[in-house]
Every structure is written in structure tokens, then in C-alpha cells.
Design a protein around this ligand. Sequence first.
Ligand SMILES: Cc1cc2nc3c(=O)[nH]c(=O)nc-3n(C[C@H](O)[C@H](O)[C@H](O)COP(=O)(O)O)c2cc1C
Length: 175
Amino acid sequence: MKILIAYATSEGQTRKISRHISDRLADAGHAVEMLRLADASGLKIGRFDRVILAASIHVGHYQRELTEFVADHADALNEKPTLFVSVSLAAAGHDAEDWRGLDEILADFTEATNWTAGRTEQVAGAYLPSHYDLFRRFVMRRILAAKDPSADLAADKEYTDWGVLDAVVDGWLAE
Ligand SMILES: Cc1cc2nc3c(=O)[nH]c(=O)nc-3n(C[C@H](O)[C@H](O)[C@H](O)COP(=O)(O)O)c2cc1C
């Protein structure tokens, strides 16, 4: 199968997740094209059998290039089996309020684009102080200290569960 993986990332974790999915699909014999949404203008979605979109949440929103891409290609996307990978730190825990927030962010995105993916998966991202500027480091330290009191606030920490991600992708492919 020909599969498109198009992603947006701010600190790199969604690229890493997209690369992981791409490698898995390629190993299974699929023809995979992976590119940044920012570089996707003019892309013909009709060439692909399936499409995976991935983006991360910052201050309650996905990257603008995701919203623009989906709004531009909603009709073509609606004709394909699609998987939307939503990456955040809220998905790393079990806090009910955090998960309600994820539902609201997704609902806002759906309303803005008029598109609902065939399947949406909330995937835990990473805390990456080595990638943050001073202000972001300050804000994110406070958020992580509340969320994961045992975490070393000076160190990068990945919350992505690669085994769960593999199962999601395999399940979606089998649908
Ligand atoms: C400035 C900033 C704001 C963030 N805002 C949110 C947020 O509102 N909700 C959330 O769940 N995660 C939030 N995160 C966590 C990111 O979604 C998480 O680090 C993710 O792995 C980033 O993926 P990326 O590296 O592909 O951009 C934020 C991270 C940063 C640095």
C-alpha cells in the first residue's frame, strides 16, 4: 500500500513518532512517503491509499500548518482511510481534566476544519528542556512538576509508549 505520513512538530517528538511509524510500515512492505506538513503544498493525496496525519499540542492548539492542510484537503482526506496522531503531555497521564481538555482541543480542530479522521489516537509526547528556550523551560518545569513529581526537571523525558503506538498502527491497518 502507498501510505502518506504528514506531520507538524515544534520540538521534534512528533517527527520521531512519525519516523517510528514510517519505519514500521516500510518494514511491513508498504511504500511510505513522510514529509512535514509545512512542505506539503501541492501534494496530491489521490496518489495514496491511506493517510496518517500527526501534530502536537502547544497551549491548547495544534500547529497552524495542520489546520491549513486539513482545511485545504478535507474532501480528498474524507475519501481515504485516515489516522490522526495527536501528541501531547496531557495524554501521558490519567487526569480526567487533562483528557477533557484533549477532547475539547480535538472538537475545536474538527469544527475549524470540517474533518474527522477515521481514527484519532491521543499519544503521549515528551518533556524536552534541552529544546526549550528560557521561558518555555520555566513554564514546562512547573507543569511537569505537578504532573510527574518524580521526574528530574532538568532532564529530557520521553513518555511515548512505542508498543501501544505499534498496536494502534497495526490495528488501523487491519481495519
Ligand atoms: C510551550 C509548550 C506548550 C505546551 N502546551 C501543551 C498543552 O497545552 N497541552 C499538552 O497536553 N501538552 C502541551 N505541551 C507538551 C507538548 O505537546 C509535548 O511536549 C509534545 O511532545 C511536543 O511534541 P513536538 O516535539 O512534536 O512538538 C506543551 C509544550 C510546550 C513546550
